[in-house]
Design a protein around this ligand. Structure first.
Ligand code: KIV
Length: 271
C-alpha cells in the first residue's frame, strides 16, 4: 500500500521516506502548463523540467542549445500547473560547468524566476564544488550519472554507459561523492541493471533510473516518448503507454475533412 499517494505536497524528504519504506518513486518530464497539470493530477511524484525540452519542444538534435532563459520559461509554466509534485529543473549546458559561482547564480535565477523546488545537474566529481555551493544556499540538488546527454560529443553515441569496469568504478565513486556533497537523489541513465542495483544498494539517498533496470528506487521517462507523441525514437527501455502521434494525426485529419466539407461548425456550434 502506497501511503505516500495521500501526501499533499511531495518534498525531497518524502522521496527519502519512500526509499526507506521501499515505495518506488515515479518521475516524468513536463515542459508546459497544460501537460504538467495532467501529469500532476495523474499522481506522479516528481516532475522534471528536463533539458530534453531542447529536443522535444524545440526540435534540436541535442540538449546543448537550450538556454537558461528558455528553461526558466518552461519551468515557470510547469510550476503554475502543479499542486502535488516536486518540480526539479535541469541546469542547462553552459550554465554551471567549471564554475561553481555561475552554477549558484544560474540556480538562483531558476528558483526566483520559476518557483521550482530543486535543480538537477549532470556529472560527478567535476560538479562536486557546484553541488556543495548550491546546497549551501539552501537549494536541493539532484545528480545525474551514466549517460549524461550534455556530454554527447565526448561520448560520441547514446549507447549504454559504464559497461567497462573503469567507467563503472568511476560511476560508483561519483554516486558516493554526490551523496556526500548533499544531493537528495541521483538519476542513473542507461547503465547496466546490475550496476544500477549496486549503486542503489550502496546509497542512502534515492536513485531514479532511465534505462537502468528495475532495481533503482524510482523511474523516469520523457513524457512525450511514453505518450508516443514522438514515434521516431524507440530505445529498448521505453514503454509506450499511448500512441498519440497517430491519435492526434487522425483527429487533425478529421478536423480538416470537417472544415473542407463544411460539416464544421454546425448550427449548435454557432451563435
Ligand atoms: O532532460 C531530461 O529529460 C532528463 C531525463 C532523461 C532524466 O534528464
Amino acid at each position: 500500500m502506497d501511503q505516500f499517494k495521500k501526501v499533499k505536497k511531495v518534498t525531497t524528504h518524502t522521496l527519502q521516506e519512500m526509499k526507506e519504506a521501499g515505495i518506488k518513486i515515479s518521475m516524468l518530464t513536463a515542459y508546459d502548463f497544460s501537460l504538467a497539470k495532467v501529469v500532476d493530477a495523474g499522481g506522479v511524484d516528481v516532475i522534471l523540467v528536463g533539458d530534453s525540452a531542447s529536443n522535444v519542444m524545440a526540435g534540436h538534435e541535442t540538449t546543448l542549445p537550450i538556454t537558461l532563459d528558455q528553461m526558466i520559461y518552461h519551468a515557470s509554466s510547469v510550476v503554475r500547473g502543479i499542486d502535488r509534485a516536486l518540480v526539479v529543473v535541469d541546469l542547462p549546458f553552459g550554465s554551471y560547468q567549471g564554475n561553481s559561482k555561475e552554477a549558484l547564480n544560474s540556480t538562483i535565477r531558476i528558483m526566483k524566476e520559476s518557483g521550482a523546488h530543486a535543480v538537477k545537474l549532470e556529472g560527478g566529481k567535476e560538479v562536486y564544488e557546484s553541488v556543495q555551493r548550491i546546497i549551501s544556499a539552501g537549494v536541493p540538488v539532484m545528480g545525474h550519472l551514466g549517460l549524461t546527454p550534455q556530454s554527447i560529443y565526448k561520448f560520441g553515441t547514446y549507447t549504454v554507459r559504464a559497461t567497462e569496469q573503469d567507467e563503472a568504478d568511476k560511476l560508483i565513486a561519483d554516486a558516493q561523492l554526490l551523496q556526500a556533497a548533499g544531493c537528495f537523489a541521483v538519476v542513473l541513465e542507461k547503465i547496466p541493471s546490475k550496476l544500477a542495483r549496486q549503486v542503489t544498494e550502496s546509497l542512502t539517498i534515492p536513485t531514479i533510473g532511465i534505462g537502468a533496470g528495475p532495481h533503482t528506487d524510482g523511474q523516469v521517462l520523457v513524457l512525450h516518448d511514453m505518450l508516443g507523441i514522438n514515434n521516431l525514437f524507440q530505445p529498448r527501455f521505453l514503454r509506450r503507454y499511448l500512441n498519440l502521434y497517430d491519435d492526434i494525426k487522425l483527429a487533425v485529419n478529421r478536423y480538416v475533412d470537417d472544415v473542407k466539407s463544411k460539416n464544421f461548425p454546425n448550427d449548435s456550434e454557432s451563435y
